[in-house]
Design a protein around this ligand. Structure first.
Ligand code: NAP
Length: 258
């Protein structure tokens, strides 16, 4: 059996598709045939670079700009997406929606300000909620929603408590929507990375922290964005048609035991 071009004929939107885990997801989906909307918020160059890399690999992609975490963000995103598809003469609509964009909030409860709390919820929980709400009419039957959560909702991480709460909200959104969208053949799943080498984790440049995070995995290494993208691509494919409402750990088995 071949797994190549399993997303042929599909259109995908990857939020935060320009850098880190989202970039690897965008590349993987495009390599397997999807037309990919590479969403970004601030770093236009990174989005352009990702689109160029995809095209160099023979794939199809275009950038979509929308700052998330501000009023009207979901509408801005979908209007830009619709416009870009129309400009390309592509069919309107989407088959694969990956809610990946996110920010961290590395503070224990005593140090989190109200503004920081609101910000991390606005980007990580509110934005995906309304992106999905505005996607319901655009998402074709048989489609896929993949929410990128975190292994932080599986174990206690007091140092990032507000961040973890946003991901827990996303986890529950997955469960509810899987029930609601099942009659349309749409699957909704969560993929939860562990310690993954991206720019969201500047402390990974500190050797002691790097070593501690690596050793938390049963494989004694950090995750790479590609490790996560491979799982997302499977969940987004027809091979995963019988999997919905699930929280899928893609952490390399971090914190499995003592
Ligand atoms: P990253 O390297 O920092 O990339 C974040 C992506 O999200 C970028 O494309 C960024 O676009 C976009 N983004 C962030 N804030 C945005 C905003 N307000 N509006 C629009 N776009 C925004 O992060 P990552 O490590 O790949 O993380 C991706 C997802 O995985 C996140 O949901 C994160 O919580 C989750 N996760 C990561 C890890 C890890 O160890 N890396 C572990 C568990 C879960 P711009 O560049 O334009 O800002």
């Amino acid at each position: 059996m071949t797994t190549t071009l399993r997303h042929e004929g599909k259109t995908a939107l990857v939020t935060g598709g320009s850098r880190g885990i989202g970039q690897a997801i965008s590349r993987r989906l495009a390599r397997e045939g999807a037309l990919v909307a590479v969403h970004y918020g601030y770093n236009h160059e990174a989005a352009e670079r990702t689109v160029k890399e995809i095209e160099a690999e023979g794939g199809r992609a275009f950038p979509v700009h929308a700052e998330l975490g501000v009023p009207g963000d979901a509408d801005t995103l979908w209007e830009a997406f619709d416009r870009a598809l129309a400009d390309r003469g592509a069919q309107p609509g989407v088959d694969i929606l990956v809610n990946n964009a996110g920010i961290t909030m590395p503070r224990p409860i005593a140090q989190v300000t109200e503004a920081e709390y609101d910000r991390v919820f606005a980007v990580n929980a509110k934005a995906p909620f309304f992106i999905i709400q505005r996607a319901l009419d655009r998402l074709r039957d048989g489609g896929r929603i993949v929410n990128v959560s975190s292994v932080a909702t599986r174990v206690a991480f007091p140092a990032i408590v507000a961040y973890t709460m946003t991901k827990a909200a996303l986890d529950y959104l997955t469960l509810s929507l899987a029930q609601e969208l099942g009659p349309r053949g749409i699957t909704v799943n969560t993929v939860a990375p562990g310690y993954t080498e991206t720019e969201i984790n500047p402390t990974l440049s500190i050797p002691e922290i790097r070593q501690r995070y690596s050793q938390a995995s049963v494989f004694s290494r950090l995750g790479t964005p590609v490790d996560i993208a491979d799982v997302v691509s499977f969940v987004a494919s027809d091979d995963a048609r019988w999997v919905t409402g699930q929280w899928i750990d893609a952490s390399g088995g971090v914190h499995l035991g003592v």
